[in-house]
Design a protein around this ligand. Structure first.
Ligand SMILES: Nc1nc2c(ncn2[C@@H]2O[C@H](COP(=O)(O)OP(=O)(O)OP(=O)(O)O)[C@@H](O)[C@H]2O)c(=O)[nH]1
Ligand SMILES: [Zn+2]
Length: 348
């Protein structure tokens, strides 16, 4: 009878095998480079925080050095800077190196751009902001986010907003078993509940926030980062003054424990999943990955895959409770597997 409840530890997130190759070639002429964190990108100009959390922390503007070629630099990147890194008005530094990334999150390919480009680097978790009502939650969209995060080597936090309008129980039941942590928030005229739980989940981590329009993502960001509206102004390349931009990802520091960042991704509605390999996704389900060692070569592990060992594992369960638990587990994995393909934005 002792059926162990599945928890976070059943999900094993590995850094993506597809993360960028090391780019730490030593160039003696840049031995004195300053380390910086990229917080925003706007038309070839990068807003960076030099010496983050150090005694000389400062904001500076940088451009890519020619030697980086076409390599993209994205928010969350750690880079090495040379030139004028003072951050003084009108100063411009050069990015000469991108430090090897721990994770990469790609946005989906679309009609105007067939490539799944990296949009954020080095984030620890993806926070999927979903309203419990108004607008109705879309599980397929959440599933796709989970796949993207697991493939990127990131964890997933589901932030369920508007709990004053609907009950979170059903969504909790759907996502907690697959290793997704859940926080529930609600904001009414006189109270904002769940904010401390959310802060706890974000503490010391870099989190990418995604969500459809109207789910309350701005409400959360503004509560977490009181000067967010001001901070999102990216430096204009001509005047050097702030300019509001709503199209590219921007990293915002959350007051409180050191190293707490949220990266807001306006306009990002979905993630590129075409490159996701089923066996890599399986890596996020440690128990199933072990079972699948027995699969035929090239098994897709889909519901219609012949001789898939996942089906044998369910069939061979010693009792009904175990069979129910294994069925739920395999179904969850296959649900994610299916969400990988098909319309990028179902129901849109
Ligand atoms: N009932 C209720 N309404 C909320 C809650 N949180 C936010 N809202 C409302 O939902 C609406 C959308 O909130 P926003 O924070 O602007 O949503 P968003 O996800 O940033 O949407 P865009 O600005 O369109 O990208 C606003 O009218 C908020 O006041 C909540 O917990 N409960
Ligand atoms: Zn299989």
């Amino acid at each position: 009878m002792a059926r162990r409840a599945l928890d976070e530890s059943d999900v094993r997130v590995r850094p993506s095998r597809k993360s960028s190759r090391p780019r730490t070639k030593t160039r003696p002429e840049h031995a004195d480079a300053d380390r910086a964190l990229v917080t925003g990108v706007d038309r070839g100009r990068y807003t960076v925080l030099v010496d983050p959390d150090g005694p000389d922390e400062r904001v500076a503007v940088a451009m890519k050095a020619r030697e980086l070629g076409r390599d993209r630099v994205v928010p969350g990147d750690r880079v090495d800077l040379v030139g004028d890194t003072s951050g003084a008005d009108g100063s411009l530094a050069r990015i000469v190196r991108i430090v090897e990334r721990t994770t990469v999150l790609r946005r989906t390919a679309d009609d105007t751009d067939p490539y799944e480009r990296v949009i954020v680097a080095n984030a620890d978790q993806l926070v999927v902001v979903t309203a419990l009502a108004d607008p109705e939650p879309r599980t397929r969209m959440i599933d796709r986010c989970v796949v993207a995060a697991y493939d990127a080597g990131m964890g997933v936090l589901l932030a369920l907003t508007k709990a004053d309008l609907a009950d979170p129980a059903a969504l909790r039941a759907l996502y907690e078993p697959i290793g997704v942590r859940v926080v529930v928030t609600s904001r009414t005229d006189d109270a904002f509940s769940g904010l401390d739980d959310l802060r706890d989940e974000l503490a010391g981590r870099t989190s990418v926030l995604v969500g459809h329009s109207g789910v309350g993502k701005s409400t959360l960001v503004n509560a977490l980062v009181p000067d967010a509206a001001r901070a999102t102004g990216v430096v204009n390349d001509v005047t050097g003054r702030g300019r509001h931009t709503s199209t590219s990802a921007v990293a915002l520091r959350v007051p409180g424990p050191a190293g707490t960042w949220v990266i807001d991704t306006p306009g990002v509605r979905s993630f590129g999943l075409a490159h996701v390999d089923p066996d890599h996704l399986l890596g996020a389900f440690a128990d199933l990955a072990d079972v699948a060692q027995e699969c035929p070569r090239g098994c897709t592990h889909a519901a219609d895959a012949p001789d898939c060992a996942l089906d044998d594992w369910v069939a061979d369960a010693p009792d009904d409770d175990t069979r129910a638990a294994r069925t739920a587990r395999v179904d969850s994995f296959r649900r994610l597997l299916v969400s990988r393909t098909g319309a990028a934005e179902p129901g849109a």
